[in-house]
Write a protein that binds this ligand. Sequence first.
Ligand SMILES: NC(=O)c1ccc[n+]([C@@H]2O[C@H](COP(=O)([O-])OP(=O)(O)OC[C@H]3O[C@@H](n4cnc5c(N)ncnc54)[C@H](OP(=O)(O)O)[C@@H]3O)[C@@H](O)[C@H]2O)c1
Length: 217
Amino acid sequence: MSRILLIGATGGVGHRLLPLLVEAGHAVTALHRTPDQAEVLRAQGAAPLQDDLMEMDAAAMTRAAEGHDVIVFSAGAAGSGLERTAEIDGQGPLKVIAAAQANGISRVYLVSAMPEAGRGGEVKPKFEVYMKTKKEADAALAATDLDWVILRPGTLLHEDGDDAVSLSHALPYGSVKRGNVAAVLARLIDTPAIRREIVELTDGDTPVAEAVDALVR
Ligand SMILES: NC(=O)c1ccc[n+]([C@@H]2O[C@H](COP(=O)([O-])OP(=O)(O)OC[C@H]3O[C@@H](n4cnc5c(N)ncnc54)[C@H](OP(=O)(O)O)[C@@H]3O)[C@@H](O)[C@H]2O)c1
């Protein structure tokens, strides 16, 4: 059993991940923005913790992370503006790194994005900034001596998982159901031997457990 701080618990990936973590016996603290989300999170078996990534500084994140063994970052600005992208997708992981280091928490899971996203198509400047921001957060986390795992899914689909994925250090670009991202994250969290790895994820034809277990060195 781990004590997990889940950031982005109400998101498309996060709300599917939360019940999997609870079912696996973990104690989950779910960071959320608005008061009305607390009841749903509590009903899902989590301890809700209200705060806003736009306002939290590293000290606030450090306080939020106190008493946990694992931090999962699956929040995102979702194209809601450059300032929010910088603060949530960019500064968010940096605050998590500071909080992990301050609390002696070694295990951090970051949901990032496949760098090939949008390649070959017409990409808006905002999207370029988003991709650069995601990459910079990956680089900052990878430069630490924490036991990080960076998961880079392809384009996310609003669908539950079907236990059929491709998961590897490098994959051709593709899409992936948010439920499959959640299932892979849950399995990664229950496989702490996988650490200091960047892995890419799309839908595919390998069961999640098999795909994750194949990464163990
Ligand atoms: N969209 C794609 O195709 C794609 C592809 C690859 C990777 N990704 C990445 O995958 C991750 C998960 O994506 P998703 O689709 O699950 O995201 P999502 O549905 O947009 O959820 C984002 C989560 O972040 C939270 N959040 C946003 N602003 C916040 C703030 N100021 N303070 C606290 N929490 C805040 C949201 O809370 P609320 O419920 O309150 O809004 C929500 O829980 C993200 O990091 C995203 O960048 C996305």
